[in-house]
Design a protein around this ligand. Sequence first.
Ligand code: MSP
Length: 518
Amino acid sequence: MERFYITTAIDYVNGAPHIGHAYEKIYTDILFRHFKKRAAETFFLTGTDEHGIKIQKTAKANGITPKELCDANAAQFMEAWKLLDIEYSKFIRTTDDYHEKIVQDIFEKLLEQGDIYKHSYTGLYCSGCETFLNPKDLDENGNCPIHGKKPEEVSEENYFFKLTKYKDKIIEHIKKNPGFILPEFRANEVLNQLENIEDISVSRAKTNVEWGIEVKSDPSQVIYVWIDALSNYITALGYDVNGNHDENFKKFWPVNFHIIGKDILKFHSIYWIAILMALGVELPKGIYAHGWITIDQNKMSKSIGNVIAPKTIIEDYELKNPDALRYFMATAASNGKDGNYSDVDFKEKVNADLANNMGNLLNRTLNMLVKYFDGEIKPEFVEDNELNSKAEKVLKDVCAFFDKCDIASAANCIISLVDEANKYVNDTAPWALAKNEQMTECGKVLYNVLNLMAKITLLIEPYCPTIAKMMADQLRVDINLKYSELMPNMISSGKLISKDEITPVFLRLDSEFATNKK
Ligand code: MSP
């Protein structure tokens, strides 16, 4: 693979980041780090979505300007992603000058082409969704099904985008490309939504919404958030309506995966695709919709008071690095389904997989190597072909899961290799072999386990970068190796480690933390 480009949704900045936002950024970061080990050049885009009525209202309520609100909250998002080791290549803010300018150009181009037209309209606007809702989408109380609030009736003259013009082409594209919408079970949902689509409003009257990008040829209107927000995926790379694109656009577009939540799949798989078709820009290769994270089985909400910031978990458990949280989040939901966070599950999962299973195996194997061989790998320790082919198969399976963005199944697959290694140690009992003075046999077992651990290290790195680095250092393996460089034998002959160099890579989370939490 030559080039790989991945994006997250850009978050609204009318509040602070919570673990739902964090879930998506961790999810995408894991995919990014995995594909970094397969592609020559990679790009990871994330950012914040800063325009719209919600921001305008929140800023007003706080007595500050929208820009001040955006600056303060965007900084919180960046800080949170730093804390979680999210290794993005670029952070875009929709208030960035270059973005605003390109969005204006896009709008004008679509207007000139006749894909956008002016139209008087009365509709039901949900500011939570930043979209007009169709009366038949409302729940039995006439509320928005996602935000539980009554939409506001709005009458305006707006610009509309001719979504209906692209309906048949989009249906055809989805049907012809089974991997385009992932997980595949979501494709039918989109096809159903396509049945009822109408042209969409893409601007708001400035008298109603001020905080947005002005329509260049009609400053009485601002560009309504979705056309602004969705365009970030190409403006960040330096897309130009006249074809004078920046190098990054030429290099990285089309995107490999847009990673988004299931609630905004319609905007990405219908609106965005139609906009790209209208612009004559190549379509994304894939769109992956993840599920939602609940807290103790409840939807996160300010009114319930159960919103958790990622920082709170890191602080409560006194985590030195974010790996445990990253790993838990990655495995909290099965492919595209909703997942749940609870303190008990968090503790149990990371204690079982990272401490008891993976960390402990490395620790005890290295300790045996020191005890029986003074930490040295002897040339007579031979490899076990059966274990090597198991590891090879796991690598293949993990890559196949990643090709479908299924990081939870990939993690299970990696842990199954750790289980395999543990089973091998227990079955072969190197301590008993040493006791019987079958030293070559004993050394062979340790050598093979360490070889497996080296592969596990590189496979687990996208989930747990800090832990993996500690493992790689003890195994003298280069953490930056590509997957194509994995060899049957990763561990070299000679002195590997001495007693004082062995450090546990992950300590069990103390049960007190969870129970003492406020
Ligand atoms: N600004 C739009 C996206 C524009 S993308 C061009 C938006 N912002 S958001 O802040 O409401 O949501 C950002 C992302 O976080 C979305 O993909 C959304 O699905 C995700 N999540 C928000 N809450 C979530 C959970 N509780 N769980 C998992 N993901 C959640 O939509």
